[in-house]
Write a protein that binds this ligand. Structure first.
Ligand SMILES: [Zn+2]
Length: 196
């Protein structure tokens, strides 16, 4: 029904999260109507994605072995905010009130019993806490069942180090997502973090 190029692109778009086949068709048609220069820009950006990597220290998205946050010596070096994925860092950075470091876990532990524990960057976090003389870890996993479960697991793991362990304060609604929280809510959740 479609030329092959069209069909292939529709398949690529449809494989993205939240994009159904109809939306994929519309997106490809939209791109087809764009001028050549815009298409070149778009395809260059897409190709450039291959040059991105993850930070060796905190697992944030990075252009180099260490991300811009780990590189920034102006940041408070003895506080780590633990998040599920790099988009949470973007949300927290937008509030402008947090000046410490981060650690991206890469997901959560699953309440269904199927544990992702082994793939999470938990051992790396524990090593950092000791090596970097961290004094506080903020557990900023989402306030969902899985996020809470992960926070409790991390608390148990971190307890022997006797550092301060905090969790984001009230304000974030249960089942909510840090990535989608507005700046005011997130700022107050950070400021009102409670010791676990
Ligand atoms: Zn980093």
């Amino acid at each position: 029904m479609y030329p092959k190029v069209f069909k292939d692109l529709i398949e690529h778009f449809a494989s993205l999260p939240s994009v159904g086949p109809k939306m994929a068709e519309r997106l490809v048609l939209f791109l087809f109507k764009k001028d050549r220069e815009k298409l070149d820009d778009f395809s260059q950006s897409l190709l450039a994605l291959k040059n991105l990597t993850v930070c060796q220290k905190c697992f944030n998205i990075s252009e180099n072995t260490h991300c811009h946050i780990c590189h920034d010596k102006q940041r408070i070096q003895n506080i780590i905010c633990v998040v599920e994925d790099p988009l949470d860092i973007i949300s927290i950075e937008r509030t402008g009130i947090y000046r410490g470091l981060y650690h991206v876990l890469g997901g959560t532990m699953q309440s269904s019993g199927k544990s992702e524990k082994n793939e999470l960057k938990i051992p790396q976090l524990l090593t950092r806490v000791i090596n970097e003389k961290i004094e506080e870890v903020i557990l900023a996993t989402n306030p969902t069942t899985e996020g809470d479960l992960t926070a409790l697991y991390l608390k148990r793991k971190l307890q022997p180090t006797q550092i301060k362990i905090t969790r984001l304060g009230r304000g974030m609604s249960t089942g909510g997502d840090i990535e989608y929280a507005d700046e005011t809510t997130l700022s107050s959740a950070l400021s009102n973090r409670k010791e676990l």
